[in-house]
Design a protein around this ligand. Structure first.
Ligand SMILES: NC(=O)c1ccc[n+]([C@@H]2O[C@H](COP(=O)([O-])OP(=O)(O)OC[C@H]3O[C@@H](n4cnc5c(N)ncnc54)[C@H](O)[C@@H]3O)[C@@H](O)[C@H]2O)c1
Length: 330
């Protein structure tokens, strides 16, 4: 590998542009190739940050020698890029959720394991100091109860993401696409789930073209280590929304607030400890992946593909429970 990590970018939409603000300015990184099915968008990104332009991920991996890839694809667009990366043994960062299809995601996970490929999934909140302080405290005083989720207004607007986000067959629905952040943190804090039971509301959001998402989901999850969780999604509340996560153990509780995920940690008879959320969390997550690619040190990565697969399994079990009207065992 040269001094700079030669990156192949796949997908240059909304979240990718947020990554590029810092990734594109990172002196350890070179944009060697940029791919998007929207050729104009790929050209625009390449003009700004460099790189050969492609409209097919397969062609990009077959043509350009890469040290790593950066995949920012919608849940329905996975497969081609990952299988090409595996074939060419190119480590990759992949945005959450890793897929919307458990069968394809499991096949990719097998390929990643067989190729012994370094991977990182974009669950950036795992890198937050507040989350990790709470996780440390829960090692000796395990969680009993967890409450959390995402509430937002009706999904309207012209941004490209809205077109696929509102279609459950493309996005997986709000729980799979968005509350995946919360589900992943709960796994990070409480371990693996055992059983899921979920209910959904439909039919309240109206006038959004092609909308097939659930308007709200309430899911109850029992964890193997004993904790229970109530997690929710809602995209039908125009009056008030928010991202929340509260974790209660016998002698410690953690309350996370807002998009920046500031954490308050409570203990009986003590002042709460407040840990502000990191404003540059994407940069922190990027640095971990780039450093891992350069050094080969996988301990720097907080969520690899196999781990991300388990979060997908949990969120898809919520959908399955809604569809089948029964408890789903994991
Ligand atoms: N970590 C976070 O906080 C965070 C925030 C926003 C989005 N995301 C995730 O990032 C992913 C992408 O979201 P987004 O907001 O950037 O969506 P987007 O619709 O804005 O961008 C997706 C891009 O992928 C391109 N694309 C689609 N199919 C392709 C293919 N087969 N090959 C190459 N390019 C293809 C589209 O043309 C588009 O430019 C989603 O999974 C989303 O959940 C994560």
């Amino acid at each position: 590998m040269s001094d700079k990590v030669r990156l192949g970018i796949v997908g240059v939409g909304g979240v990718a542009q947020s990554h590029f603000n810092t990734l594109g300015a990172n002196p350890e990184v070179e944009f060697a190739a940029v791919c998007d099915v929207r050729e104009d968008a790929a050209r625009e990104t390449a003009a700004k940050y460099g790189g050969q332009v492609f409209t097919s991920a397969r062609a990009m991996f077959d043509t350009v020698e890469l040290d790593a890839a950066w995949l920012c694809l919608p849940p329905f667009a996975h497969g081609e890029a990952e299988f090409a990366a595996i074939e060419h043994k190119v480590p990759f960062f992949i945005e959450k959720p890793i897929n919307r299809d458990l069968v394809q995601a499991s096949e990719i996970a097998r390929g990643v394991a067989e190729a012994n490929l370094l991977t990182s999934v974009g669950y950036m909140n795992r890198y937050r100091a507040g989350i990790n302080q709470l996780r440390d405290a829960l090692q000796s005083d395990p969680a009993v109860l967890v409450l959390g989720g995402w509430i937002g207004g009706e999904p309207r607007g012209e941004a490209p993401i809205v077109k696929w986000w509102v279609q459950k067959t493309l996005s997986g629905g709000q729980f799979v696409e968005q509350v995946t952040h919360t589900a992943d943190l709960v796994r990070y804090l409480c371990g693996e789930p055992a059983e899921v039971c979920a209910f959904a509301v439909t039919g309240r959001v109206s006038g959004v073209p092609n909308y097939t998402n659930d308007d709200a989901v309430a899911a109850t999850i029992k964890f193997k280590a004993g904790a229970v969780a109530n997690l929710h999604s809602c995209c039908a509340s125009n009056a008030k929304g928010g991202v929340t996560l509260s974790v209660y153990a016998v002698n410690v509780a953690g309350e996370l607030g807002g998009w920046e995920h500031s954490m308050a940690i409570f203990r009986p008879g003590q002042e709460p400890v407040n840990v502000p959320g990191e404003g540059n969390i994407f940069e922190i997550e990027q640095q971990a992946f780039i450093a891992a690619v350069k050094s080969g040190d996988r301990s720097l990565i907080r969520c690899d593909f196999a781990d991300g697969l388990e979060t997908l399994r949990l969120t898809l079990a919520v959908n399955e429970s809604i569809d089948k009207g029964r408890v789903v065992e994991l």
